[in-house]
Structure formats: structure tokens, C-alpha cells
Design a protein around this ligand. Structure first.
Ligand code: HXC
Length: 265
């Protein structure tokens, strides 16, 4: 197969990417990070070439115990500063690729999402958690700090005070607490996790593909801008969609009381 540490499965409009190192609780070593980069690059290129058959990415972990229990500690133990920097940078590049994908990326958190696992989940657009999931940034227990974006993405999701508390105590929180503080979007029974995510992708798949891509882009980019500039980004993206065939089709179909047939054009 193309990937040693990932299982790829297309179901309907969803591409499921399952991190598959269950004996190490799916810990992220440099190979997993490299394979994630490749799978995301391939998906981005497929869509850029005009193939919109995949409308959502679902990232999850193999087995019933872990989403990802962190970066692989055995791969990090003997790292020096330069190696640590390139490992962290490679993880950040995966985060950027997830954000730049023109379709939503959903983390289906099926168990432990610790350290780099929590960071990978947060690099997805949103998180659907199994009731069994546990989240945390335990890096301080290893005398390091989050390195795949945790210090920044956790803060943007849950606010500075809660983020600092999690990052300095290393404590794990349960799925219901993750939901309460806005880290997880939904919590579902373990056996419903994948179907819930597939259902979300099927819902998205009925929407205008270019509109979904623009919504994601404007939301991500606008979150980093002052309100006025962010609003201008929205105005430009909104009006730009009026040059698409899908806008005419979507609105015409509504007025004709029929289902729209989108073409991603
Ligand atoms: C390597 C790991 C691992 C990890 C678990 N394993 N997490 N190996 N890296 N992050 C391995 C264990 O060594 C063990 O291998 C097997 O998976 C099962 O784990 P156990 O510990 O036996 O399971 P359990 O007692 O149920 O405890 C589960 C756990 C615990 C609470 C999730 O494994 C744990 O605390 N893991 C480490 C979590 C962590 O600190 N993550 C942050 C890493 S730092 P054997 O061979 O003994 O069966 C990080 C930095 C990110 O993520 C930024 C990088 C740039």
C-alpha cells in the first residue's frame, strides 16, 4: 500500500484517514507526519484538478482506545534542538494543509487525544468526540510544551485562562468537559462516532462546493484579522460567488422549488 501508518477509505463523499499504530496508541512519529502530509497534498491536488467527489475529510485513530496519544515519545527522547525543530515544523505544516484544504476536516476523536493528538484534532476544522474521548496537553510532564500548535490553537478555541490551565497542569479532561469549554463541537456514543461524522459530510456534500470552500477560507483567514478587514474579506468572497454558475443554480432551484444540481463552477 501507499501508506504504512495510515488507512485510507472513501465512503460516500467522505475520505476517512485513520492513523494506524494501535500498539503505540497511534502516536505520531516523523513517518506518520510525512504520510499525513502526502495524503493531504494528494487530496488538495485532486480537488484543485476539479474532482470534487470528496467533500469532507474525517481524521480518526485505529482501535478503540486512542485517537492519537501524542507525538511518539520514543522518537523524541534522543532528539536534539534541530531535530525537534524540524519535527515541530513538519507538524505545523500538516496543520496548515488541513486549514488550506477547500473542504472541512473533521476530527473524529475516538479515544485519547493527548499532546500532539489533541493538537492534530484542533488543526481540523472541528472535533466530534466519542463519549470515551479524553483530551489533554500533558507535555509538561515530559518537561516540554506543545509543539504542533497546541499553545495557540487551544487558546483560540477555549480562551487563554483555560488553555494555560491545561498546558501547565497537563491534566486530562473528559469529552463532556471538552464540549462544555468549546474544544469539542459534539459528543456522541462511541458506536455512533463515525456515522455522525459521515452524516456531517453528507450534509456538506449537498451544499455548493465553492461556497463551502469560501466559507472555510474566510472563517479561517478572518479569525486572524481585525474585524473591519475580516468583514471586507467576507464581502469580497460573498460577491465573488456571484460569478459562479452554482450561485445562479442554487438560487434558481430554490425559486423553482427543486433540488439544486451543483457543478463546482
Ligand atoms: C510513544 C506511546 C505513547 C506516546 C502511549 N504509548 N503513548 N508510545 N509515544 N505518546 C505506548 C506505550 O508506551 C505502550 O507501549 C502502549 O502505547 C500502550 O500505552 P500504555 O501507557 O500502556 O496505556 P495506558 O496505561 O492505558 O495509558 C494510556 C495513556 C498513556 C494515558 C495514553 O499511554 C500516556 O500517558 N501516554 C503518553 C501521553 C503523552 O505524554 N503524550 C504527549 C507526548 S508529547 P508498550 O510498548 O509498553 O505496550 C507530544 C508533543 C507534541 O505529543 C509536539 C511535538 C512537536
Amino acid at each position: 500500500a501507499d501508506y504504512e501508518t495510515l488507512e485510507i477509505e472513501d465512503r460516500g463523499a467522505a475520505r476517512i484517514v485513520r492513523i494506524n499504530r494501535p500498539k503505540a496508541l497511534n502516536a505520531l512519529n516523523p513517518q506518520v507526519i510525512a504520510e499525513l502530509s502526502r495524503v493531504l497534498e494528494a487530496l488538495g491536488q485532486q480537488i484543485e484538478a476539479g474532482d470534487w467527489s470528496i467533500r469532507g475529510l474525517i481524521l480518526t485513530g485505529a482501535g478503540d482506545k486512542a485517537f492519537v496519544a501524542g507525538a511518539d515519545i520514543s522518537a523524541m527522547v534522543d532528539m536534539g534542538r534541530d531535530e525537534a525543530m524540524s519535527f515541530a515544523s513538519a507538524g505545523h505544516a500538516v496543520g496548515e494543509m488541513l486549514a488550506n484544504l477547500p473542504i472541512p476536516a473533521i476530527a473524529a476523536v475516538n479515544g485519547f487525544a493527548l499532546g500532539g493528538g489533541c493538537e492534530l484534532a484542533m488543526a481540523c476544522d472541528f472535533i466530534v468526540a466519542s463519549a470515551k474521548a479524553k483530551f489533554g496537553q500533558p507535555e509538561v510532564k515530559l518537561a516540554v510544551i506543545p509543539g504542533f500548535g497546541g499553545t495557540q490553537r487551544l487558546t483560540r478555541r477555549v480562551g487563554l485562562a483555560r488553555s494555560i490551565e491545561l498546558c501547565v497542569t497537563g491534566e486530562m479532561i473528559r469529552a463532556d468537559e471538552a464540549l462544555r469549554i468549546g474544544l469539542a463541537n459534539r459528543v456522541v456514543a462511541p458506536e455512533e462516532l463515525l456515522d455522525t461524522c459521515l452524516g456531517i459530510v453528507e450534509t456538506v456534500a449537498k451544499m455548493g462546493p465553492l461556497a463551502v470552500a469560501e466559507a472555510k477560507r474566510v472563517l479561517h483567514q478572518g479569525a486572524e484579522l481585525p474585524l473591519e478587514a475580516a468583514n471586507q474579506l467576507e464581502v469580497e468572497a460573498f460577491s465573488g460567488l456571484f460569478e459562479t454558475a452554482d450561485q445562479a443554480e442554487g438560487m434558481r432551484a430554490f425559486l423553482d422549488k427543486r433540488a439544486a444540481q451543483f457543478s463546482a463552477k
